[in-house]
Design a protein around this ligand. Structure first.
Ligand code: HEC
Length: 176
């Protein structure tokens, strides 16, 4: 009888031990996996960053050099992020076909002005008045006069409404 009890206890102990071995093994595997993922992401981050040239780092002791390297890295990260934002913003700043075809060549696709003045931040009322004055010749400008002859009030209204939203749009996309 007692032998049976001992045998049973031994079996239980053996099972318990092998279960623990299994659990430990799993944990080691998990750690290896985490390590692998970290390594892979390090490589990726490294590839995205331009390498810093040695001459850029002009510090005579190691700690200062590392600090400088870190701040340079941060600078690059910020620049990269700013570029990404800009690229996204330029694509996101959509204008109507009417504006793009008739006005953007001189006032810019975003209304910031090229040959013509900046239109961003000007109110709808102001813009519509200028357009009507240009069209009637009250405000003299040959370019704007000629251009607006073929446009009816509805189009002028549409354009003024659209342009008056440029500021909000511009601010929104630049704060993303
Ligand atoms: C060929 C170039 C050109 C095109 C195209 C053009 N503009 Fe202009 N625009 C100008 C110039 C130059 C002025 C400045 C005129 C002045 O100061 O007398 C101006 C002035 C204006 C003004 C007055 C701005 C202010 O601050 O007084 C508005 C509004 C305007 N344009 C809207 C438009 C709209 C809307 C379109 C499209 C339908 C358009 N423009 C197309 C050249 C252009």
């Amino acid at each position: 009888m007692i032998r049976h009890v001992i045998a049973a206890i031994a079996t239980i102990l053996a099972l318990w031990a092998s279960y623990h071995m299994y659990a430990l093994d799993k944990q080691v595997h998990k750690l290896q996996e985490i390590h692998r993922v970290i390594k892979a992401s390090e490589i990726k981050v490294h590839l995205q960053k331009p390498t810093i040239i040695k001459e850029d780092v002009q510090a005579d002791n190691k700690a200062a050099a590392e600090k400088q390297l870190k701040s340079k890295n941060k600078e690059l990260d910020d620049k990269l992020q700013a570029l990404r934002n800009k690229a996204g913003n330029a694509a996101a700043f959509k204008v109507s076909k009417l504006y793009k075809q008739n006005c953007s060549s001189c006032h810019g696709v975003n209304g910031r002005g090229i040959i013509g003045p900046n239109l961003v931040g000007k109110s709808k009322e102001f813009i519509i008045k200028q357009l009507k004055d240009f069209k009637s010749g009250k405000r003299r400008n040959y370019v704007m006069y000629g251009l607006l002859q073929k446009m009816d009030d509805e189009k002028l209204n549409k354009l003024a409404t659209e342009i008056s939203t440029f500021k909000e749009k511009w601010d929104k996309y630049n704060n993303q």
